[in-house]
Design a protein around this ligand. Structure first.
Ligand code: FAD
Length: 509
């Protein structure tokens, strides 16, 4: 019997596979496609997930050392001036999804994960002991038994349906979006900003979401090729969405949005090239993230508009949140209820993403009332506290899991500490093991770990301004913290409580 089977080798399934393998559990990944999809999706990662990849050494693989946060971003097609924030929480990693998937696939292979391509999950039954899966493989159907199965099989998740988990929400069909890889005349490009000079509109900055009374336009000069996107409000319910998209159709949509005939030409280079029409958007949240031995991560658990690019910030952190807890369950040291904290922690985060993507969609809608709302919102965005609030929301820096103490770091994403020997916290978390950072002057907390050393590592060093000691979970969140130079009985007791709460009861040595 397998310990864990993951359905879906998209980014979230592969990330979960890596997290499980780091925690000592080797899952089997079933992927229906014989080869990775070349269909362009995400253009990059936005938010705390960039720091998560740094903590696993994956950022370096994809783009070298992590850089500083970005000075500006967009929210609901409005500019966010992030120089007004302190701290600025918004990192981005502008790497296409297929490269992220390739890096995760490579890492999973290094960690010994078996990915079965061309194998689709088709059936599922479970009892108290196991799950029996029906799989359609290249050599015909077969059965597989496993202790747990995780659906990472995207928004149309078969796993979710087979487990009887509902997916309530709304399907909005008022919008129609056209995206194409294309070329634009060189003379229209503004040498100073790299933006697009459009008569009647000035310079539209690169990657900016530019709203008009008729829709939204995005000009995206990416290293992988130039893309244009036009989003309009559809009034053509009778259109046949199955017919192939043409560049002329994209041109016509851009004309309707900008009121200008943008002379876009066919793309250069080998591709893969994007030419896509998408109608409407789904906003849905699974009614449970767990049904017995079946769990969901990523798009299988939640779908929403891609505006602002929050999908993988949410999904890859779901995978990091679930991986160590599921591994603990399988390895036998999980405290009672640990696995259920996955949904308790991640559902509220998904709800906030649903909220802000819907809010952004409202802010880009046409109409005079929306224009008035945007004017007011623009005034609010001149206030640093508003920008900070939105930047924290978009990055996920405002997430706080239920703390065990009142230390301000408890329950929060551990800050990117730099220790006195020049080592960054991110470099200590590559193995994804729980970590006690004992930065007290006398390194006096080591004894408290007696009994947990098989599963919790300890590192000592000089105190940093943020804290004198931190217990960091594998997913990067703080499980306990103190700022006392010499933690007393109460703090030590709280540390032991945190160790038991997250890493199980004391093992006799
Ligand atoms: C146009 C667009 C732009 C986007 N831009 C961004 C962005 O800029 N930033 C961002 O963070 N996110 C973005 N997203 C969202 C992001 O692409 C998704 O959140 C992400 O792909 C979800 O990953 P996943 O692993 O959960 O699911 P998926 O990527 O959908 O992967 C699911 C996998 O499961 C496989 N599968 C399905 N059924 C079965 C089965 N029965 N058996 C076995 N395998 C199965 C599929 O073949 C697939 O490989 C964008 C999405 C779109 C559509």
């Amino acid at each position: 019997m397998e310990d864990v089977v993951i359905a879906g080798a998209g980014p979230n399934g592969l990330m979960l596979a890596c997290e499980l393998a780091l925690a000592g559990v080797r899952p089997v990944v079933l992927e229906q496609l014989p080869e990775p999809s070349l269909m362009p999706r995400a253009n990059g990662l936005v938010g705390q997930v960039v720091r998560l990849l740094d903590r696993r050494g994956l950022h370096e693989r994809l783009a070298g050392p992590i850089g500083p946060p970005v000075p500006a971003f967009v929210f609901g097609a409005m500019r966010l001036d992030l120089t007004l924030t302190e701290p600025n929480p918004l990192n981005i990693l502008p790497v296409p999804q297929r490269r992220i998937e390739a890096a995760l696939g490579e890492r999973a292979a290094e960690l010994g994960v078996e990915v079965r391509r061309g194998h689709a999950l088709t059936g599922l039954t479970q009892d108290d002991e196991q799950v029996t899966l029906e799989v359609a493989g290249p050599d015909g159907p077969y059965e597989l038994t496993t202790r747990y199965v995780v659906g990472a099989d995207g928004g149309k998740s078969v796993t979710r349906k087979l487990a009887g988990i509902g997916f309530p929400g709304v399907t909005e069909d008022r919008t129609i979006s056209y995206s194409a890889s294309a070329t634009v005349p060189a003379e229209m490009i503004d040498a100073e900003t790299g933006g697009l000079r459009v008569p009647g509109h000035g310079v539209i900055p690169p990657l900016f979401h530019y709203r008009t009374e008729h829709g939204l336009f995005i000009y995206a000069p990416l290293p992988t090729g130039t893309g244009v996107t036009a989003i309009e409000w559809a009034d053509d319910d009778d259109e046949d969405d199955d017919r192939p998209v043409t560049l002329d159709e994209v041109r016509a949509s851009v004309r309707r949005v900008l009121g200008f005939d943008l002379p876009i030409g066919p793309p250069e280079g080998d591709g893969p090239h994007l030419l896509r029409r998408l109608r409407g958007r789904n906003t849905r949240l699974a009614d449970r993230f767990r049904a017995g031995r079946v769990l969901l991560v990523g798009d299988a658990a939640h779908v929403h508009s891609a505006i602002g690019g929050p999908g993988l910030n949410l999904g890859l952190q779901d995978a990091a949140g679930l991986g160590w807890k599921l591994a603990a369950e399988i390895r036998g040291w999980a405290p009672e209820g640990l696995l259920d904290t996955y949904e308790a922690e991640r559902r509220p985060v998904a709800e906030r993403v649903v909220m802000h993507t819907q809010a952004q969609s409202a802010l880009i809608a046409p109409g005079g009332e929306v224009t008035a709302l945007r004017e007011l919102f623009g005034e609010l965005l001149r206030q640093p506290s508003t920008v900070q609030h939105i930047a924290d929301l978009m990055s996920g820096a405002d997430v706080r899991y239920e703390p065990g103490t009142d230390h301000p770091l408890d329950g929060r994403w551990a800050p990117d500490l730099l220790l006195d020997n020049g080592v960054r916290l991110a470099e200590l978390t590559r193995t994804a093991r729980p970590l006690l950072l004992d930065l007290t002057p006398a390194a006096c907390l080591g004894d408290e770990l007696r009994g947990w050393t098989d599963r919790v590592d300890a590192v000592t060093g000089k105190a940093v301004p943020e804290a004198t000691a931190l217990l960091v979970r594998p997913d990067g969140y703080v499980a306990w913290a103190t700022s006392a130079a010499e933690p007393g009985d109460a703090e030590r007791k709280a540390l032991r409580a945190a160790l038991e709460r997250w890493f199980g009861t004391l093992v006799d040595m």
